[in-house]
Design a protein around this ligand. Structure first.
Ligand SMILES: Cc1ncc(COP(=O)(O)O)c(C=O)c1O
Length: 366
């Protein structure tokens, strides 16, 4: 076990209130597979939080949530449109393609976001020799932890709907978007017209469990009804569903999910500010010119909008980056530019951030 990690928000442990919630349902007996009254009640409460016109069910993990969400909306000849760096394209070992037998078409993106203009270029239908685009999958926050505004999401949903298609949101970190935008889950997702959401929990303090939600039941009724079968085939039906339900009940109670995500977002902002102050100190007038040049080569590569800081450590050698990684877990996102991702979670401490900034300062002064 390491003392520090900025590798991912799922490197953190489980929030104590979530552990307590699990313990609370650990007595007695009930039906499995979500066919118990308690799990049903929690799901109905979650559906109400999301605006009511939706069907929610629990799954095990984020990849599974994406597989179930997307498979529900596709024919074998459909294609999925997604930003080029989408998790479903880059980091899920082809799970969606394997399960659905559908192609994912990568779209150019800017800071993780796709635009309606770009999506429009790929909306070609009717040629029997070509796959038919059926659903656009975006992540909120994006793969670079930047944000779409609800208006931007709505523009994408409207475009897909005008073309007989759908919008999927990979909301593995949707709570971080809720905390950053100051808007509710309903406003960001349901009111924007999304058809299906993968709603994450594990990256924000849960032990295990995510939710798939299908919206707009008038239009998507048959799809919602088939969800349970797709979940089972995708091996995402957990027999002891009440333990996932208990976690999410505690997660949404008193806005714990927003509190945890807000803490992670604030820590990323603090991280950015401390790095900027340290770099400014090293590059101000009168400083050692070699050190100054090194500090000036360190660049923020993405906007800090939720819980991650992206930084190019271009002036450090590979050995120096490795030295930092010996003490702090973090990923090199782009080997060529030495871009690294520093991610905060609900329990990242100022002490951890200060320690990293101080060690980086020392390396830059060498
Ligand atoms: C945006 C996004 N979606 C989906 C996933 C997949 O989640 P899991 O690792 O639980 O399958 C991740 C995990 O990192 C992610 O970052």
């Amino acid at each position: 076990m390491k003392k520090y990690s900025f590798g991912s928000d799922n490197h953190s442990g489980v929030h104590p209130l979530i552990i307590k919630a699990i313990e609370k349902v650990n007595n007695g007996y009930c039906f499995g597979y979500g066919e118990d009254e308690y799990t049903e009640n929690v799901l109905r409460k979650i559906e109400a939080l999301l605006g009511g016109n939706c069907k929610a069910l629990f799954v095990l993990n984020g990849t599974g949530a994406n597989v179930v969400s997307l498979a529900s909306f596709l024919h074998p000849f459909s294609s999925i449109l997604a930003p080029e760096y989408a998790h479903i394209l880059q980091d899920e070992c082809g799970a969606v393609e394997r399960f659905t037998s559908c192609r994912i078409t990568p779209l150019p993106s800017e800071q993780g976001r796709v635009t309606p203009q770009e999506v429009k270029k790929h909306l070609e239908f009717g040629d029997q020799h070509k796959v038919q685009p059926a659903i656009l999958s975006i992540s909120e926050p994006t793969e670079f932890e930047t944000l779409y505004t609800p208006a931007q999401i709505k523009a994408l949903a409207d475009l897909m709907h005008r073309n007989g298609g759908y919008l999927h949101i990979d909301g593995s970190r949707i709570s971080n978007a809720v905390a950053a935008l100051g808007k509710s889950l309903k406003e960001i997702v349901a009111d924007s017209g999304a058809d299906v959401l993968s709603l994450g929990g594990t990256k924000n303090g849960l032990l295990i469990g995510e939710i798939v939600v299908v919206f707009n039941l008038k239009k998507n009724k048959a799809i919602a009804e088939n969800l349970v079968y797709i979940r089972k085939q995708a091996t995402q039906l957990y027999s002891k569903n009440r333990f996932i339900a208990a976690q999410f009940e505690a997660y949404f109670k008193d806005n714990l999910y927003i509190k945890m995500a807000g803490a992670a977002n604030r820590m990323a902002k603090y991280f950015e500010a401390q790095l900027k102050t340290m770099l400014a100190t090293l590059s101000k007038g009168g400083a050692n010119t070699k050190v100054k040049a090194k500090a000036e080569k360190i660049a923020f590569t993405q906007k800090v909008e939720t819980n991650a800081v992206y930084l190019s450590l271009a002036s450090l050698s590979d050995a120096q980056i490795k030295k930092l990684q010996d003490k702090y877990i973090f990923y090199v996102w782009n080997k060529e530019t030495k871009e690294v991702r520093l991610m905060c979670s609900y329990n990242t401490t100022k002490e951890a951030v200060d320690s990293f900034v101080s060690d980086l300062k020392e390396l830059l002064q060498k």
